[in-house]
Design a protein around this ligand. Structure first.
Ligand SMILES: [Zn+2]
Length: 256
């Protein structure tokens, strides 16, 4: 189905608004603060932010990245996250048209972005993304009927079980926590969107990216690995081109 201009505009506006909400999640969830109360205030002067100063991307640009009252700088992370989520929703509409698959792509991309940023900054993955995302993934799978739901449940179970097994073995071998509970719950959520083969591909891609990026860094200094960042990238790649990669691989195995 071809995406028309109205659909792209709608997807973009919705994405920008959800990006604004994702900023609230990124800022508040790691500190276990409520998402709805109190309304947004400037982190420096605590003055409430009026609706006209809270328009995604536009307000930040008009105010040149400063609070209207105290003129203190406001992080560029806010408009960047808003623009990124807007881009994810436009890309999903462009690629898949007005379909349930497009909605799944856009929501999955938004959740993965939230997980990646939060894990990179705080080394944790809040339950709102994982359990909340799992509920969304299972609900959206119903658009493909009972078969779709069963595939999503199997994917979630494989993601959860596999990561739990890896975590237990890691703990037994290294005598320390190798993988957080957040990663385990995250892969249950991922499995509900990409099914069981996608779980395997996500883990493979995540481990590959993690090794390429992190091994050189951690040779210099021992540090924590925010594995959720690499799993997020792996899961996004899997959603977009997993079928192509898996069929190429099976073809390759058969010597074709
Ligand atoms: Zn201020």
């Amino acid at each position: 189905m071809a995406a028309d201009a109205g659909l792209l505009l709608g997807a973009g506006v919705l994405g920008l608004c959800l990006g604004s909400f994702l900023n609230v999640c990124i800022f508040r969830l790691p500190h276990e603060l409520s998402l709805v109360r109190p309304p947004s205030t400037c982190p420096r002067c605590n003055r409430p932010i009026a609706w006209r100063d809270n328009i995604p991307v536009v307000s930040w640009l008009l105010l040149r990245g400063r609070c209207r009252h105290c003129r203190e700088p406001i992080s560029a992370q806010y408009p960047i996250v808003e623009a990124a989520v807007g881009a994810v929703w436009v890309a999903a509409a462009l690629a898949y048209g007005l379909t349930a698959h497009a909605l799944a792509a856009a929501l999955f991309g938004t959740i993965l972005l939230g997980i990646a940023i939060t894990d990179a900054g705080h080394y944790l993955i809040p339950d709102e993304y994982t359990w909340g995302g799992l509920v969304l993934g299972l609900a959206l799978s119903l658009t493909a009927g009972v078969d779709g739901l069963l595939r999503a449940v199997l994917g979630a179970a494989v993601g959860f079980g596999l990561l739990l097994a890896v975590a237990r073995v890691g703990q037994w071998v290294f005598k320390e926590e190798a993988m957080g509970g957040g990663d385990i719950k995250m892969m249950a959520m991922v499995g509900s969107f990409v099914e069981w083969k996608g779980v395997l591909l996500t883990l493979f891609l995540g481990a590959l990216l993690g090794s390429i990026v992190f091994v050189p860094l951690s040779l210099k200094k021992r540090r924590l690995v925010p594995f959720g960042v690499f799993l997020s990238v792996g899961a996004a790649l899997t959603f977009v081109m997993g079928d192509a990669i898996i069929s190429w691989y099976l073809h390759f195995l058969r010597g074709g």
